[in-house]
Design a protein around this ligand. Sequence first.
Ligand SMILES: Nc1ncnc2c1ncn2[C@@H]1O[C@H](COP(=O)(O)OP(=O)(O)OP(=O)(O)O)[C@@H](O)[C@H]1O
Length: 532
Amino acid sequence: MAKINVGIKFRPNLSSDVEKQEKWIVDGKTIKSVDNKHTLQFEHVFGSTSVTEEVYDALAKPIVKKAFKGFNGTIFAYGQTSSGKTHTMIGKNKMPGIIPLAVRDIFHEINKTEDREFVVKIGYIEIYNDKVYDLFEDGKTELSIFESNGHVLVNQKEYVAVSEKEVMKQFGVGNKCKKMTGTKTNKDSSRSHAIFRITIKSQKKDDAEDSRTSSLFLVDLAGSEKPDASATTTFNEGLHINQSLLVLGKIIRELAKKNSSLKRVNFRECKLTRILSPALGGNSYASVICTAAPTVLDETYHTLCFAQNAEKVKTVPVINTTKKAEEFPPHLLQNSSSTLPVTLSSRFKFVCENSKQISPFSTSTIFKNFRSVKPELIKKAATRAVAVNSSLIYRASAKVSDNREQPSWYCEGSKDHVEQFELSESTSEEEQADYEGIIKEKDNIIKKLKDEVRELRTENMEMRTKVEGNNEILSEKEQEIVELKEKIARFDEEIIINSSAIRDSEVKIGNFENQLLKMTEEKNTMKAEKGE
Ligand SMILES: Nc1ncnc2c1ncn2[C@@H]1O[C@H](COP(=O)(O)OP(=O)(O)OP(=O)(O)O)[C@@H](O)[C@H]1O
């Protein structure tokens, strides 16, 4: 199980804050209100002078690293309007936010990783007035949410991107479609919850069975607001923003309760929580960045309370391994853009993905082993060759590290689609033997690793079964407690009713005893008068 990682980021005062008094003091991990009414502590606190890179290193980088290894991840910014969520998540050119920093790290890792091949897909949606829109499709067409194999999916458009630059270009296109407006407190206020998803699929070279798919959700929530702040916006917008944040807060409170059971949490109350459900209670590592303005008391306190609850929530992330194309969530197989990736790896093989004939990624067509490439290509560490024919565009990203002077390779069997590249010729016998030795060694390592992975998977399954079993016992016990409490309440009621009946009969007995006493006295008096 993993805890949600929570941090608080205070933005610096804006020019509009000049005449306002600061309401909060940050002292290390402690946040105190100046009226001494509230003192709260958090693992990660970032004062007004801290920069987004610090927030990224503490709260986002570990999740990006996990996503790279096959775990799902979610990072979202929460806070009142104008507290700095968009600044933190998106930033500006000179002050990049969490999203550009994450994209940079992902491609840096891809370029560093020699033994796997990668496909990166991106999608961008927004939830506006509880409706989902595709920011890669002008933000005007409403999308639907559906579920498949336990995944919550949206029929959004996805792009395959082969570089940081490409991702950021497309992200910029999506940002232009976001619904923004000027409010009293923020001239560029987000009117929707924006969710940028990066899907990373990777496959070990020469081992099609070792493949992983993970989704990284980067979420810039709309900000909660008081009615007067939304006066310039439409009433409906503010209502939906507050309503969805209210549901999110309620779910976080539910999940934060000790022994809370996922079965009883209703994620379907609004689209935001439905889409974020894996991040909040399921298979995902998650971080929440709570943003706050130093001059605001009540809403900041509300944000800090949300953060305290979020800290108590636990998720159950697992590595998402995929063996066959059919096991990929359906959304990863559809809506591919016309740009298809082809990965070219030095020495081994040229892998081509053709979604028209075969499922992307898992069933790759290996054209031909090649040994080496020309020195001038080697100098360019990442060469991109683009071959075009009438129907398909292939991109070849070459990570070239080998500097033997061997000329050429070509894409055998691909002549219909890809232009022929004249780059190599065969290797010497000695080199071939070397090569085979290395391959053998790698095969042994791969076998060992596979055994380890198998063992870990078994352990993981056992732990999950145990956790699920415990959860079931817990909910049974909780049900028993509820029933016992009801029984006690019924007994209490009976006691109250019986006590009053007892009291009534005690009064009656008292009356009878008095009458008895009186009659005995009268009898004795009469007897005395008669001289008996
Ligand atoms: N760390 C920061 N450094 C400098 N300026 C900041 C910082 N955080 C926020 N700001 C500025 O504060 C203003 C409001 O920030 P931003 O738009 O990010 O808030 P928001 O929480 O996304 O608001 P909304 O919910 O209304 O969309 C912007 O002008 C932004 O440039």
